[in-house]
Design a protein around this ligand. Structure first.
Ligand SMILES: [Zn+2]
Length: 477
């Protein structure tokens, strides 16, 4: 089992046989000599809308493409990525192995958004397709012929896409092959490949640390849990205190005794937060960002047997807090509580946790964004990154009234709140275990696609990787 890698990206100084001319206005058509006869026809169509024109040429193919004109930065980049996804379709339909993207744009980020769209859309998960059904896309290399785009820019798109692919793969692997232990091995391999350190705590160590939340959720499983510690600390790190990224790693969620009776399929995606943390580390380490980051991923599946916890049980968390379990399907917060408590020893500058935590979050964001809560922590830079990479943040307040919703009759707190604001009461529960600047991201909505939408192909999306990378890179500036 190994994870998928993106297509090769190379900066070139000349056109090839399959050329994509990226235009922004009619004026750009003058630079394209090959399409003389068609220029007038194309010029008539150049307006605000997206345009894709493909013409066979003597030795290959010419594609003239323009992204939809948008004023707002967020939509502008997203239109460019969506155009990339369309170009990927054409290139594979034409069985092109290699293509050259030619851009005269002075804004490198607009060209790079198209590149990113092509690369991310070209992702495939074929591990379980046999024989004729295994149809890899033909496209394996994209050349970029653009003055404003540097080799470093392309390496960065590759690194972030590599991280996104790893996160997608981790989610897409079925639970029969991906349990906590096999996932930890894959994370260790990814660390070796891209340059970050991984320490895996096994069940014995988790017991010694008294991680009652993680052990409690794991009680009904035949597979032992793991607690994964990722570290990237280059000598030139600009921060003394680390940024800690915490990811929920429920490799499969049956709901436990509060079994999921309506929809259980896709619950292999309940590790999307942990997968995103791994992907972000891969991108940060491969790009050698001068930042000290720590990642914490508690991993287990949530299953049923005679030993499994039931509603009414009380668990003692690593912090000593006693939690009344009133719903075994609200397990993510139980394992995150231990990870958030563990984070304290790092005296972190900031902790961000990512989790496919609540249906309540998914119902308000759909796949269009992420539900966020924080405790008086400045979220403006993270929001900016969210707009840029189109993993947008919808912020919810944690009003004090929501604290009373998780008060327990028999223990310190309980693991579910009332009917309203499920994503907020979940965040309020997590807040109990944090004593540092903290931002909580509920990615239940955008973590998994049931149909293809532009570069977000069916299955795990790797949401969070691009967001965390962009935020951490900009927080250094
Ligand atoms: Zn659950």
């Amino acid at each position: 089992m190994s994870t998928n890698t993106p297509i090769k990206l190379t900066k070139v100084q000349a056109s090839g046989s399959v050329n994509i001319h990226l235009i922004t206005s009619k004026k750009d058509l003058d630079a394209i000599s090959e399409a003389k006869d068609l220029k007038k026809k194309i010029a008539e169509r150049v307006g605000d809308d997206e345009l894709v024109f493909s013409i066979p040429s003597n030795d290959g193919l010419i594609i003239i493409a323009k992204a939809k004109t948008e004023k707002e930065m967020s939509y502008r980049f997203q239109s460019a990525r969506a155009l990339g996804a369309k170009l990927k379709k054409i290139l594979n339909a034409e069985k092109a192995k290699e293509a050259t993207l030619i851009s005269t744009s002075e804004k490198p980020e607009d060209t790079l958004a198209v590149v990113e769209g092509i690369v991310l859309a070209n992702y495939q998960f074929l591990n379980y397709k046999t024989g004729d059904r295994n149809k890899p896309h033909s496209l394996s290399q994209l050349n970029v012929f653009a003055k404003s785009v540097s080799e470093k820019d392309l390496n960065e798109v590759y690194a972030v896409s590599r991280g996104t692919f790893a996160a997608r793969d981790f989610v897409n692997e079925p639970p029969v092959t991906l349990n906590a232990t096999s996932w930890s091995k894959l994370i260790t391999e990814l660390g070796k490949e891209t340059g970050f350190k991984v320490t895996v705590l096994d069940k014995k160590k988790i017991e010694a640390l008294r991680m009652g939340g993680l052990l409690g959720v794991n009680k009904g499983s035949v597979e032992p849990p793991t607690f994964n510690i990722l570290e990237y600390k280059p000598k030139n790190a600009k921060n003394k205190k680390p940024i800690v990224l915490v990811g929920k790693g429920v490799t499969y969620d049956t709901g436990g005794y509060n079994v999921k009776t309506v929809q259980m399929a896709q619950m292999k995606s309940d590790m999307g937060g942990g997968a995103a943390v791994c992907g972000a580390f891969a991108a940060i380490a491969a790009s050698k960002l001068p930042v000290y980051v720590v990642g914490l991923i508690p991993a287990t599946d949530n299953r049923i047997d005679g030993k499994a916890i039931v509603a009414d049980d009380v668990l003692t968390m690593m912090s000593g807090t006693k939690v009344e379990v009133l719903n075994t399907d609200a397990e993510g917060r139980l394992i995150l509580a231990d990870a958030l408590h563990y984070a304290k020893q790092y005296d972190p500058e900031l902790v961000i946790d990512l989790a496919t935590l609540t249906g309540a979050a998914a119902r308000v964001t759909d796949y269009h964004g992420i539900a966020m809560c924080s405790d008086k922590t400045d979220t403006s830079k993270l929001k900016e990154s969210g707009e840029k990479v189109y993993e947008r943040l919808m912020e919810f307040p944690m009003w004090r009234e929501f604290h009373t919703a998780i008060k327990s009759d028999v223990a310190d707190i309980k693991n579910i709140g009332g009917a309203a604001g499920g994503n907020i009461t979940a965040a309020t529960f997590l807040h109990h275990f944090t004593h540092y600047p903290w931002i909580h991201l509920d990615i239940a909505g955008p973590s998994f696609m049931t149909s293809d939408v532009d570069y977000r192909v069916k299955g795990g999306t790797g949401v969070g990787v691009r967001l965390l990378y962009d935020f951490i890179k900009n927080s250094l500036a």
